[in-house]
Structure formats: structure tokens, C-alpha cells
Design a binder for this molecule. Structure first.
Ligand SMILES: CC(C)(COP(=O)(O)OP(=O)(O)OC[C@H]1O[C@@H](n2cnc3c(N)ncnc32)[C@H](O)[C@@H]1OP(=O)(O)O)[C@@H](O)C(=O)NCCC(=O)NCCS
Length: 339
């Protein structure tokens, strides 16, 4: 086995196919209910980052030959600005190659690179029912955040109820739907409400890594698009002032187009209790039905100790199925343990 750096932007189609094959074999073995990966824009998904961020990738190959089969891979995203002490990584080993130190070797590469790049901590997201939990527990990671994942199957949506909720917008407000970006006139107002979210730790799960200024928001929407992640946005506007007072964001990846990922939802505190959260999320579902007809389900996460949007999700038919853990460790500690 050999572990080397991997540059997805220069990789051959055959290598990217092997990368994807590892993901799909892992999914089959560990989480068979989750959607499989497609090759569509996989290269972009792996190579494009936000300005100022950088993603390293590594592959584990079967033997020393340069073209030998990929049996595992890892990637490490170096975050920027407020999170420039942190790296977020993923490691996947083909089920047929596990138990022989491949995961450990990939993790060592990730941790070494994080150290070289001056990162103090690294973190990883893990589904609670998978073998990755034992791996990270054994290697001394701690659970920084535990979340409940909820799924809504599109074929079980009560469309009459959802349409009614989407239309139930209090007087003085209106909803707007946008996809793959926002009109210039809305960007600034949208960024302002995102700043509310950032300032309200009670509404956030874990560390909030969203984009709360106009340039970062524009970069973030462009980055999503360039990676093949189609963004869908519903905003609530206060008609007398024109202010954006609420938003909900959802993304569908070209690489897993049957799954929608719910991103942020926020309502400005002074506009709470008008039912805007429910109306926005219901409107989102009606738009998805039209714009993403291949969608099979939508996933969202809530904090285990209560979440302001949990009742909205329940009303729309979301069901809690599994916990997700955010594991983290101090880089120097994990390097010590691995060596
Ligand atoms: C977790 C994973 C990377 C482990 O890969 P691996 O190559 O089998 O791991 P290694 O052989 O290097 O094992 C390293 C250590 O972890 C332990 N370990 C690994 N899997 C384990 C399991 N399922 N149960 C108990 N211990 C386990 C090993 O015993 C070993 O301990 P040791 O070095 O003290 O003997 C692999 O199972 C995988 O790809 N899982 C899916 C990944 C995933 O879900 N990722 C989501 C977040 S990125």
C-alpha cells in the first residue's frame, strides 16, 4: 500500500471513477440507505473551494505502482478567516481493504499536513451507526457536537398541507424564491439577516461557518455553483421596509441529485412568531418539487437539546432517524498517538 497526494483537478477520468467507487462501496457497506455518488462534476466538487480556503486530497493505492487501484482516500479542507486554526477532513476506505492500517495511514497524512499548515485542530463528521465511530474513538477524538439527522421523503409529503402552509404568509410579508444565486439588490439585505444568525448562538448547531458579509456571500454562492451544488433560497421580506427578515437555504448536489441538504434557516427575532419559518420551508418544498423533480428526500439536522425549528420540521413530516457526530482532536495529540 502507498499513500500519496492527489490532485483531482489533474486526475484522469479513470482515477476519479475509482475515487467514486470507494465512496459507493463504503455507502453500500456502512449506510445502504444513503444515496450513491455520481461522476457528474465530481472533479469540480473535489477541487473548487472558497477563496482563501484550500483542499488537499490523498489516495491510498493497493501497491507501489503509480497506476495501482485506489483503495481509500482522504481530503482535508483548510478553512479561512475566523476558522484559520481548523481543518475539516474525511477519510474513506474500501470495505475490502479495511483492518490493515489504511485508515490510520491516511489519517496520519491528514494530520501531518494540517500541522505543516499550522492548524491546531481537525474535525470530521461521522454517522453514529458506522464503523468510523470506533475508529475515531480509538484514536482519541472527542465528540464536539452531536446532532439529530431528520429525513423527509418527497413521496410521503402531504402536498395539500404543504401548499397551504406555503401560502399562509402573514400580512405585511412576502416570500421570494431564487435559485443558483441572488439578485444584486437582495445580496446586502440577505447578508444582514445572516449576520443575525451568526450573532445568535442559540439558533446554531456547533460553530457557525456561514457567510455574513456581501463579498463572502457572493463567493459562497459562486463556489457552490462551481462545485455542482445547486442552491435554492427562499427569503421572507418585510414589505413596509423591504428588509429580508428570514431565509431558508437548501442545496442539491449534482453528485447526489436525489438528496437535498437543508442549510441555514433563520428568522430575525423581532419577526418571529408570525409563522414565517414554516411558510418558507413549505414554499421551499413546493419549489423543489418543480425544479428538482428527481429529488427523493431532504435531510436536515437539529441539536439534540432542542432546536427552534424542530417543530417546523415535524409539521412538514421530517423524521428523526440517526445521530451524527462531529469529532475533533488537537493535531499534535493525534500525531503523537499515531506515531
Ligand atoms: C473508519 C475507517 C476509515 C477505518 O479504516 P481502516 O483502514 O479499517 O482502519 P485501520 O485498519 O487503519 O484501523 C485503525 C485502528 O482503528 C481500529 N478500528 C478501525 N475500524 C474499527 C471498527 N470498525 N471497530 C473497532 N475498531 C476499529 C483498528 O482496530 C485500528 O486500531 P489499532 O491501530 O489500535 O489496532 C473505515 O472503516 C471507513 O472508511 N469507514 C467509512 C468512513 C466514514 O464513514 N466516514 C465518514 C466520515 S469521513
Amino acid at each position: 500500500m502507498q499513500v500519496t497526494d492527489f490532485d483531482p483537478s489533474q486526475a484522469s477520468d479513470a482515477q476519479l471513477s475509482q475515487w467514486r467507487e470507494v465512496l459507493n462501496a463504503m455507502t453500500e457497506a456502512d449506510m445502504p440507505g444513503e444515496p450513491r455518488w455520481q461522476l457528474d462534476q465530481l472533479r469540480d466538487y473535489l477541487s473548487v473551494t472558497m477563496p482563501g480556503e484550500h483542499r488537499y486530497a490523498f489516495v491510498a493505492r493497493e501497491n507501489d505502482a503509480a497506476d495501482s487501484r485506489i483503495i481509500g482516500h482522504a481530503n482535508l479542507l483548510l478553512l479561512a478567516d475566523d476558522f484559520d486554526d481548523t481543518g475539516v477532513f474525511e477519510i474513506f476506505v474500501h470495505p475490502g481493504a479495511r483492518g490493515h492500517g489504511v485508515g490510520r495511514t491516511l489519517l496520519r497524512e491528514v494530520a501531518r499536513r494540517a500541522a505543516v499548515e499550522g492548524r491546531g485542530t481537525i474535525g470530521v463528521e461521522v454517522i453514529a451507526t458506522t464503523p468510523a465511530v470506533d475508529f475515531y474513538d480509538r484514536l482519541g477524538f472527542s465528540r464536539a457536537v452531536v446532532e439529530n439527522r431528520h429525513l423527509l421523503a418527497m413521496d410521503r409529503v402531504d402536498w395539500d398541507a404543504v401548499s397551504a402552509n406555503a401560502g399562509r404568509v402573514a400580512a405585511g410579508y412576502r416570500l421570494e424564491y431564487h435559485h443558483d444565486g441572488l439578485p444584486d439588490g437582495l445580496l446586502e439585505r440577505y447578508a444582514a439577516i445572516k449576520a443575525t444568525l451568526k450573532a445568535e448562538p442559540a439558533t446554531n448547531i456547533g460553530a457557525w461557518r456561514g457567510s455574513a458579509d456581501v463579498q463572502r456571500l457572493r463567493d459562497s454562492l459562486e463556489t457552490l455553483k462551481a462545485r455542482g451544488l445547486r442552491s435554492h433560497l427562499v427569503v421572507a421580506i418585510n414589505e413596509p421596509t423591504g428588509a429580508v427578515v428570514g431565509l431558508t437555504e437548501l442545496v442539491v448536489a449534482a453528485q447526489r441529485p436525489t438528496r437535498g441538504d437543508q442549510y441555514d434557516t433563520v428568522v430575525a427575532p423581532e419577526h418571529g412568531s408570525y409563522g414565517l419559518g414554516l411558510a418558507m420551508k413549505a414554499r421551499m418544498l413546493t419549489e423543489l418539487r418543480e425544479h428538482e423533480p428527481q429529488l427523493r428526500d431532504v435531510q436536515t439536522w437539529t441539536a439534540i437539546d432542542g432546536d427552534p425549528h424542530a417543530h417546523v420540521d415535524a409539521e412538514l413530516g421530517f423524521r428523526n432517524d440517526v445521530q451524527w457526530y462531529e469529532y475533533e482532536t488537537v493535531v499534535s495529540d493525534v500525531l503523537y498517538r499515531l506515531n
